[in-house]
Design a protein around this ligand. Structure first.
Ligand code: DC
Length: 227
């Protein structure tokens, strides 16, 4: 079996990971894997069955009832999340599920259960995988690791614009607080916290256009992965 390349993109919420990873994957012909969507699907499941995100006993008891599958659209490469065979790709994108996913993802049991699912994809495809602990835990031997970030204000502004486009009435201050709260939770949790390792290449997108970021990262991937 030939070698498959893997590119890890870690960083805080709203840094542009998914936009950049999607575009890069398309350009390079890699599979884009959004690992946050897996945590969101699990969070959505527990919310649906009335188990709180901190209730580790409930989570332990019911986690096996949650069957998550990932499929990619052949036409546009987009990732779809299935929860017990139902497509929940849209439902998992609310601010409420963001908060729940962040809390659920802090449990060691949860992270452990989702590890193989993420690694299996990388065994079968060239991947660009985005998340928080891809370079540090999930794919420590990834060919290229990026740490993509931007200031909290820039990230909150991007999320605010995105939410407004969907008709949300939330204020900018509220969105900024959510960004800061989620950063704090993701960076201070005991298990697999968001962190930049020595092998991550730092890319601060605060003053860069999407095109500049893609060109910069694309040239690094091409150089290292010979694609
Ligand atoms: O990237 P996102 O906003 O869709 O992620 C939702 C939550 O899932 C985020 O707050 C932290 C968690 N997450 C994680 O712990 N590890 C990952 N690899 C990806 C996401």
């Amino acid at each position: 079996m030939g070698k498959f390349y893997s590119v890890a993109i870690d960083g805080p919420a709203g840094a542009g990971k998914s936009t950049i990873a999607k575009a890069l994957a398309k350009e390079l012909g890699f599979h884009y894997v959004d690992t946050g969507a897996i945590y969101r699907t699990l969070g959505y499941f527990f919310n649906l069955i009335g188990i709180g995100p901190k209730d580790i006993d409930g989570i332990t008891k019911y986690i096996d009832e949650c069957v998550i599958e990932i499929e990619w659209d052949d036409e546009d490469g987009s990732q779809h999340m299935f929860l017990n065979e139902i497509d929940v790709s849209e439902e998992i994108r609310t601010p409420e599920i963001s908060r729940i996913a962040s809390t659920v993802s802090a449990h060691a049991l949860v992270r452990e259960r989702l590890l193989d699912m993420q690694r299996d994809v990388a065994k079968k495809h060239n991947v660009i995988m985005d998340g928080r602990d891809i370079g540090s835990v999930v794919l420590p031997r990834a060919d290229v690791k990026f740490f993509l970030t931007a200031s909290p204000e820039v990230r909150a502004r991007r999320r605010f614009d995105e939410l407004q486009a969907k008709g949300s009435k939330d204020s900018f201050e509220k969105v900024l607080k959510e960004v800061n709260d989620r950063d704090h939770a993701d960076m201070t949790r005991a298990v697999a916290p968001l962190k930049q390792t020595k092998s991550h290449i730092l890319v601060d997108t605060s003053d860069m256009t999407i095109e500049q970021v893609i060109a910069h990262m694309g040239s690094i991937v091409r150089e290292k992965c010979k694609v």
